[in-house]
Design a protein around this ligand. Structure first.
Ligand code: NAL
Length: 337
């Protein structure tokens, strides 16, 4: 796989393709960032962006993981002390998941977001951005709760962080795209207080998994079923066994006309195949014996043709997810011992 393919595989969108191609021409030493609001445990959404970071490390990038403690505070996730404590746990889980320790830098937002020039730059963005624009940028991140003033400052600071961390590429789930668009439009208009370059950076967006139980809407860490580093092997098996998995990539809409996806196939595509060269589905001889897949397409095709039964696909998915999660689960066990 060449650098461009590695950088863009499984990406839902890149902004812009031309800019990302230019990075792919010479990826060595380029800096990519991803930011996370610290929470106690990594869930499968974090792992999905982490897979992209691992791709980028393989392509030669240096990775900056922003542990966005101030953002979590603005999003009402706890006291500052509580958030700092969970951030430490995140770091250890990311390394256990497979990020390369040598080329990963972890930065706390509070290390620079309280500096005078950063605060003044945030105020500059508050002056130049309409309330409406900031609210729209935040809508997909914050969900349905009543917006607070902090929720409007949040996307402005995120747009600014990309400048302050001197990044060449910003990565995030598709729910971050409106913040990234705000970044691209507003940053080049700034006078700015610092020595950083106030230039728009390219962005890459990873898919958002569908709700595991129904395939309708997005998987969420706060509602519905999610998979996390806290799950035991049995928890994972039970959750995946209960997942929505019709024998097709394109399920019919539900009775109310809502679009549905196949979350079992999505997890194979975005979480398993990027990390394993081959996927073996174990079956007893009387059911045809083991099946072996080198890529997602052939597994999906077998599910659609009936060659691969959904129950067997789920069993294999649970095993591979367990393998990905086991090291992080061990880290959590040691931290809590
Ligand atoms: C991601 C988040 C918060 C602040 C950031 C700053 C710079 C780059 C990425 C960042 C978290 C993200 C979320 N908004 O919804 O998880």
């Amino acid at each position: 796989m060449d650098a461009y393919e590695l950088i863009t595989r499984n990406a839902t969108e890149v902004v812009t393709d031309e800019e990302v191609r230019a990075l792919a021409d010479d990826p060595d030493g380029k800096r990519v960032y991803v930011g996370y609001e610290p929470s106690g445990v990594l869930h499968i959404g974090h792992m999905l962006t982490a897979n992209k970071l691992i791709d980028l490390q393989e392509a030669g990038f240096e990775v900056v993981v922003l542990l966005a403690d101030v953002h979590a505070y603005l999003n009402d996730k706890g006291t500052f002390a509580e958030i700092r404590e969970t951030a430490e746990r995140m770091r250890d889980q990311f390394l256990a998941y497979g990020l390369d320790a040598e080329s990963t830098e972890f930065v706390y937002g509070s290390e620079f977001q309280l500096d005078e020039e950063y605060v003044l730059d945030t105020h500059e963005l508050e002056v130049s951005t309409t309330l409406n624009r900031a609210r729209r940028a935040m809508a997909e991140i914050q969900g349905g709760d009543t917006a607070k003033v902090s929720h409007l400052v949040y996307p402005l600071m995120q747009a600014l962080d990309i400048v302050y961390l001197d990044l060449d590429l910003a990565v995030g789930g598709l729910d971050q795209r409106k913040v990234h668009m705000l970044h691209r439009e507003q940053i080049p208009t700034m006078d700015g207080e610092s020595d950083h370059a106030y230039e728009a950076r390219p962005c890459l967006h990873t898919p958002i998994l569908a709700d595991l139980d129904t395939g309708v809407g997005k998987m969420s860490s706060s509602s519905g079923t999610t998979i996390s580093m806290e799950d035991s092997e049995a928890d994972i098996a039970e959750k995946i066994n209960g997942a929505f998995c019709p024998p097709t990539r394109d399920p019919e809409p539900d009775d109310e006309g809502n679009e549905r996806e196949n979350p079992v196939l999505e997890i194979f595509e975005y979480s398993v195949f990027p990390r394993f060269d081959t996927v073996v589905v174990e079956r007893p001889e009387e059911y045809g014996g083991d099946l072996e897949y080198d890529d997602y397409e052939s597994l999906a095709a077998d599910l659609e043709s009936g060659e691969l039964h959904p129950a067997d696909a789920k069993g294999a998915l649970a095993d591979y997810l367990n393998e990905l999660i086991a090291p992080g689960r061990e880290v959590l066990r040691e931290l809590d011992a």
